[in-house]
Ligand binder design. Structure first.
Ligand code: AR6
Length: 171
């Protein structure tokens, strides 16, 4: 059984088996969650990302996919990097956002992670409306989490995002 929990705070401060990173295809860092994870996790994470770029993901990690590295100095065993879609009003990219959660959970289960922290993927720099992002996140985790994953923790940066997730979770 997977329990979904909500926390308001900084995802880099969580003690969990796996922390999910809202990365970009380059896997070489950026702002938001990605910047925070690399800053606090230290250079070991970027070193593994560079190796992935030199091997399996020469062209970068495709949108909707997920791959794990060490968590460096974070209080976690792994960082699972996933690439959310950039929000578009012209095109429905919801399936790609759902895929981020599904694929990250698949990687987590393969690794044996029992606790997984997610940010609200794509809802920052990539512009996805929070309420829709929250609905997709909660629905996909409910549908696809392997029972070996005991806790999926959504870590929301501010009170507003926390409240949106809380409403979606109760609905
Ligand atoms: N802990 C938890 N949540 C956070 C944190 C944090 N430390 N920092 C930001 N958020 P974003 P995206 C929230 O922009 O939209 C990067 O440059 C934030 O308020 O991190 O998927 C990557 O390299 C928002 O609700 O990710 C990509 O280029 C949510 O986390 C691009 O940004 C996601 O915001 C990815 O954009």
């Amino acid at each position: 059984m997977t329990t979904i929990t909500l926390v308001q705070g900084d995802i880099t401060r969580q003690s969990v088996d796996a922390v999910v990173n809202a990365a970009n295809s380059s896997l070489l860092g950026g702002g938001g969650v990605d910047g925070a994870i690399h800053r606090r996790g230290g250079p070991a994470i970027l070193a593994e990302c560079r190796k992935l770029r030199a091997s399996r993901y020469g062209k970068g990690l495709p949108t909707g996919r997920a791959v794990a590295t060490t968590a460096g100095e974070l209080d976690a065993r792994w960082v699972i990097h996933t690439v959310g879609p950039v929000f578009s009003r012209a095109e429905d990219r919801s399936a790609l956002l759902a895929s981020c959660y599904r694929q990250s959970l698949r990687v987590a289960a393969e690794l044996g992670a029992r606790t997984v922290a997610f940010p609200a993927i794509s809802t920052g720099i990539f512009g996805w409306p929070m309420e829709d992002g929250a609905r997709i996140a909660v629905r996909t985790v409910r549908e696809s989490a392997d029972p070996s994953v005991e806790e999926v923790r959504f870590v929301l940066f501010d009170k507003e995002a926390y409240n949106v997730f809380a409403e979606v979770l109760e609905a």
